[in-house]
Design a protein around this ligand. Structure first.
Ligand code: ARG
Length: 561
């Protein structure tokens, strides 16, 4: 039941639109006041009447029997929902729609490109990318759920002078077998060695430049090595994506734009936007605080920003996006600000549809994260440690559980994803394995455990037979759960509009906590049959919505744990 619609459709005020009325409706914090409230102050002018009198008049209207009570209090119109009718309607809708509950078609016909994860070839997949990948993938799934045509793009970092360095390092110290076995770790070792050696032998840098040029010029030996490095990295990251339930529609990375930058540079030139700066070509901005955006270096080489510009034009042409999101850490704020501005200066209105969805940084409670000195924590190791810890807890608490390894994987990985999506994305995260794996507090294991609790209760109590007596869920704690269930889709919409998957995570916590309160407040298993039926139905609905929401976050829901 769309209560806000019912309210706005019932009320007619000259000079105030239905949309304005609907937008004015609030959800009171104090539930004893009502479930919805309409402040009437803003209608006083249109009606030439005091707000409290308006509220009193409006209270007399017939709201299609949707409310138990409509009351005027101090200029507010307070609505109390008919709890039993609402409960029945919400539960029936969930149980009928099942995994489709929450889905919408508001995004129909709109394409949203989401550039996320965007890992770097021959570099470790570390915790920073984990945050990025979790946020991006959740947004991708939320948009799809709302009917948008979401395009997930992994803008691979597969271009730059570091590949020249890597070739030199490999040719000097590389061991094919070791790299085949140890993958990116092997590549990282020789890359770190290159940097150490180059400090004393700067001529190594010249060699690296030479080999990078060979890649650019299409030399077979250079290209073979380049593709080999790429292959090794992608095999490894794909394994991680599988574990995280992450997929992409495109892996067009930086190198994909090698032949797509010239037309953009030409257009910039034609529009007189390029300035010569010590041989380099740059775009200058009016804002004195904004440094120029370098388009071409003095040696003619293109840059990260040049590739992003070319990629944006390519995406606009290929996907005709409604929005194009870039899920990238806030360290790159300036980069995005600069090249978005360049698109604007080129005269393209769709610069407004480009969004830098900035996120914070991740640090580990017990160690720093830095790639430069090779002292980096691989995500794979973090996931494996968490899975091993989850496995030990299972062994301790539930040694007879079936599929222990699978459940440990679901719990361990789920815990890490949950921790990434728990806070507003801009916040920095200090990651602690013990904290994220705790069964108490707002964690992945806690919500998964609530799901398993729903499941075992339903298994224990069996089928619903006979009549359903909705007075079984006519109490405060059940009402709270139903209210939470009913707003699920609004939360998804809010999350999509604000690019904030944590709203869904917090929602899941609210639902789990609400259910657990209901579970302890109300006897379910031993209640009289009709009442028990209503409570079991509510449990089924909670189980379904927990599953639907967690799926969007990439978190699995084991039936037992
Ligand atoms: N590979 C880059 C990095 O790890 C992120 C790329 C983000 N996407 C983009 N279109 N610039 O820093």
């Amino acid at each position: 039941m769309d209560y806000k619609k019912i309210i706005s459709e019932t009320i007619n005020i000259d000079g105030v639109t239905k949309e304005e009325i609907e937008a004015s409706i609030t959800l009171p914090k104090d539930l004893s006041l009502g479930d919805f409230a309409l402040p009437c102050f803003r209608f006083a002018k249109a009606l030439h009447k005091a707000p409290n009198m308006i509220a009193e008049d409006l209270a007399k209207l017939d709201y299609k029997g949707a409310f138990e009570k409509v009351e005027a209090v101090n200029g507010y119109l307070n609505f109390k929902v008919d709890k039993k009718a609402q409960a029945k309607q919400v539960i029936e809708e969930i149980l009928q729609k099942k995994e489709a509950y929450g889905k919408s078609d508001i995004g129909k016909g709109k394409t949203v490109c989401i550039d996320f994860s965007s890992v770097n070839i021959a570099k470790p997949f570390h915790m920073g990318h984990m945050l990025n990948t979790s946020i991006g993938s959740a947004l991708y799934k939320i948009y799809k759920e709302l009917g948008y045509n979401a395009i997930g793009i992994n803008h691979l970092g597969d271009w730059g002078t570091q590949f020249g360095k890597l070739i030199v390092a490999y040719k000097k110290w590389g061991d094919k077998k070791d790299i085949e076995e140890r993958g990116v770790r092997g590549l990282l070792d020789i890359y770190v060695k290159f940097h150490k050696e180059a400090e004393e032998h700067p001529e190594l840098d010249d060699e690296a430049r030479h080999w990078f040029k060979q890649i650019e010029d299409g030399n077979k030996e250079a290209l073979d090595l380049f593709y080999w490095f790429k292959d090794i990295t992608l095999k490894e990251v794909d394994k991680i994506y599988k574990r995280l339930d992450v997929t992409f529609d495109s892996y067009a990375g930086e190198s994909f734009y090698n032949d797509k930058m010239e037309p953009v540079v030409k257009e910039l030139e034609e529009k007189h936007l390029l300035t010569d700066s010590e041989g380099a070509k740059v775009v200058m901005f009016d804002d004195p605080k904004m440094p120029p955006c370098i388009i071409k270096k003095s040696d003619g080489a293109t840059l990260y920003a040049t590739r992003d510009l070319a990629a944006a034009f390519y995406r606009k042409k290929t996907y005709d996006f409604y929005k194009c999101l870039y899920v990238v850490a806030y360290q790159q704020n300036l980069h995005f600000k600069q090249w978005f501005k360049v698109v604007e200066m080129m005269g393209y209105d769709w610069y407004k549809d480009l969004y830098h969805v900035a996120h914070g940084m991740v640090s580990l409670e017990n160690g720093a994260l830095s790639t430069r000195d090779g002292n980096v924590v691989f995500l794979e190791d973090v996931l494996n440690t968490c899975v091993a810890k989850a496995r030990r807890v299972i062994e301790e608490k539930n040694p007879n559980l079936e599929n222990k390894d699978l459940v440990a994987e679901q719990v361990g990985v789920g815990a890490v994803i949950f921790a990434m999506l728990y806070n507003s994305r801009i916040k920095d995260i200090t990651f602690s394995e013990d904290k994220v794996l705790s069964f108490e507090g707002e964690t992945g294991p806690y919500v998964q455990y609530t799901y398993a609790r729903c499941n075992s209760l339903l298994e224990k109590c069996g089928e619903i037979v006979g009549d359903i007596d909705y007075s079984g869920i006519d109490n405060e704690s059940a009402a709270e759960v139903i209210r939470t269930l009913s707003k699920y889709q609004d939360v998804l919409i809010d999350a999509s509009e604000r690019f904030e998957p944590y709203l869904v995570t917090r929602y899941v916590v609210e639902l789990a906590q609400g259910f657990n309160k209901f579970y302890f407040d109300c006897n379910i298993a031993n209640a009289e049959q009709g009442i028990k039926n209503a409570r079991l139905q509510l449990t089924m609905a909670v189980k379904q919505v927990l599953k639907n929401a967690l799926k969007l976050l990439g978190i699995q829901t084991p039936n037992k744990m």
